[in-house]
Design a binder for this molecule. Structure first.
Ligand code: GLN
Length: 494
């Protein structure tokens, strides 16, 4: 079986000639055929393209001219990235039949690296949500328990990596949407520094927060993926020209003497005691590996969520103004005039959560309320960022839970505020623009994964990966697989 392997293990098999990209891709496609009836992660499977690309990769290995470590590796993408000639929905009815004429820069880079695209993955509509229940199409299931959510908004991207339906995937994280589903599905999910990865061709949610990042089976794979996608891009002026280090080279150096801060505010009343226990045990493991931990305080943490739910909807209301039925996507029939067409199209094309955010965002930006809400939230954002600056004057890294709880049941969080609370530990990192990673940090008694979050200095993903790698070497959480194979579970209804 090739599907359970990591990308770097797969690459080693290709190079030594004991397996070919076509064998791996064929096996993955068969798994998708057999298991995605239960998981519901794929919105689109690009079967023919995948087999064609795999054959080309086979030929490169045969000729001894592979392109690099991702050549022939089967990957899948959250359906938020534009893919030339391949339907791209962003989880929304308004883009139901949208086929982009171009590739996002990250897609171009993955193709150039030889990666083979298996398909596009389910997500909350316009990346607004924490469970994929806000997808306009169907809800993705958590491979560890099909009655539970995989997290979101990159729920499909986390589920496929957990269920071995792709070797690697790409997601986006605006307030936690890579790290939270990674935690719920027991895989690694990394949000790089704001500006580290190009967003050209990424369908925008909240532009001062959105960032692209990998979901992976282990740290080496995340390093490979980040290296392939990171760096400046003439098509995106927000992708900063900071050199991209050799991330794999930093792995294996250990964490002897590293200073790691433990933020008091990330262990709050009401959090799941099993999560707290696992994170405290992980901190003890990091100490055993030679790190020096110390308590730190991020006093404005409690205000982050409120500031985010002003800033993100404000930016979303502006970004989503382009879906008007004129340029592309859905156009409602039977309109009397232009304004009527706009409103009919948007009423039919957007789901409730998107509408809620557009209304909220429009309100906080309106004349008379702008200073009271949007302006105030921006000030709070600065305070949150300063908390981190002060902490990073003393420590190299912060360690915390990724989420206050584990994967919840489908339909359990109907109240939007309950849903929003999921991201209380991930949102401050986006507000501050810092890199953060969630890695497998344990399991509950009931067998659900627990995420451990590491937060680093801006553009210092290398230190994050190094610490994550040291922890991974000392633990076996990342090697556990969900009980999906041989599962006789009834076909889970969409
Ligand atoms: N769950 C958060 C929200 O709904 C974050 C989403 C994200 O990171 N894209 O906005």
């Amino acid at each position: 079986m090739l599907a359970p392997l990591t990308a770097h293990e797969l690459g080693a098999r290709y190079r030594s000639g004991v397996a070919t990209p076509t064998e791996a891709v064929t096996e993955y496609l068969a798994r998708i055929e057999g298991l995605d009836r239960h998981v519901h992660a794929f919105l689109t499977v690009t079967r023919d393209d995948a087999l064609r690309e795999a054959a080309l990769a086979d030929a490169r290995f045969k000729a001894g001219t592979p392109r690099g470590p991702l050549d022939g590796v089967p990957v899948a993408l959250k359906d938020v990235f534009c893919t030339r000639g391949v339907r791209t929905t962003c989880g929304s009815r308004i883009l139901d039949d949208f086929v982009p004429p171009y590739d996002a820069t990250v897609v171009t880079r993955l193709r150039a690296a030889g990666a083979v695209l298996l398909g596009k993955l389910n997500m909350d509509e316009f990346a607004m949500g924490s469970s994929t229940e806000h997808s306009a199409f169907f809800t993705t299931r958590n491979p560890w328990d099909l009655a539970r959510v995989p997290g979101g908004s990159s729920g499909g991207a986390a589920a496929v990596v957990a269920a071995d339906l792709a070797a690697l995937s790409l997601g986006t994280d605006t307030g936690g949407s890579i790290r939270q589903p990674a935690a719920f599905c027991g895989v690694l999910g990394m949000k790089p520094t704001y500006g580290r990865v190009s967003r050209y061709g990424l369908i925008a949610f909240a532009s001062s927060l959105d960032q692209v990042g990998p979901l992976a089976k282990d740290v080496e794979d995340a390093a490979l993926m980040l290296e392939a996608i990171a760096g400046a891009d003439p098509m995106d002026s927000t992708a900063v020209d900071v050199p991209v280090p050799d991330y794999r080279a930093a792995l294996g150096q250990g964490i002897e003497g590293m200073r790691i801060g433990v933020p008091a505010e990330y262990f709050m009343d009401g959090m799941d005691p099993e999560v707290e226990r696992a994170v405290r045990e992980a901190i003890a493991s990091l100490e055993k590996l030679g790190a020096r931990t110390e308590p730190v305080s991020l006093p404005h943490t409690g205000y982050g969520l409120a500031a985010y739910y002003v800033i993100a909807p404000a930016e979303a209301s502006s970004n989503l103004a382009r879906y008007d039925g004129v340029k592309y996507g859905l156009r409602a029939a039977g309109a009397r005039d232009l304004i009527d067409m706009y409103s009919k199209t948007r009423a039919a094309g957007f789901g409730n959560e998107v509408k809620r955010r557009v209304m909220l965002g429009t309100y906080v930006l309106s004349a008379g309320y702008h200073d009271a809400y949007y302006g105030q939230a921006q000030k709070v954002r600065t305070l949150v960022r300063r908390d981190f600056e002060q902490a990073f004057a003393r420590v190299d890294l912060l360690v915390a839970p990724t989420t206050p709880g584990v994967a919840f049941k489908l339909g359990e969080k109907e109240d939007p505020l309950q849903m929003y609370l999921n991201d209380i530990f991930t949102i401050p990192v986006n507000l501050a623009g810092l890199p953060g990673v969630s890695i497998p940090g344990g399991f509950t008694q009931a067998g659900l994964p627990i995420g451990l979050q590491l937060i680093g200095r801006a553009f210092d993903e290398a230190t994050l990966l190094r610490a994550a790698h040291a922890y991974q070497q000392a633990t076996a959480w990342h090697t556990r697989k969900p009980p999906l194979d041989g599962a006789t579970a009834e076909r889970a209804p969409r």
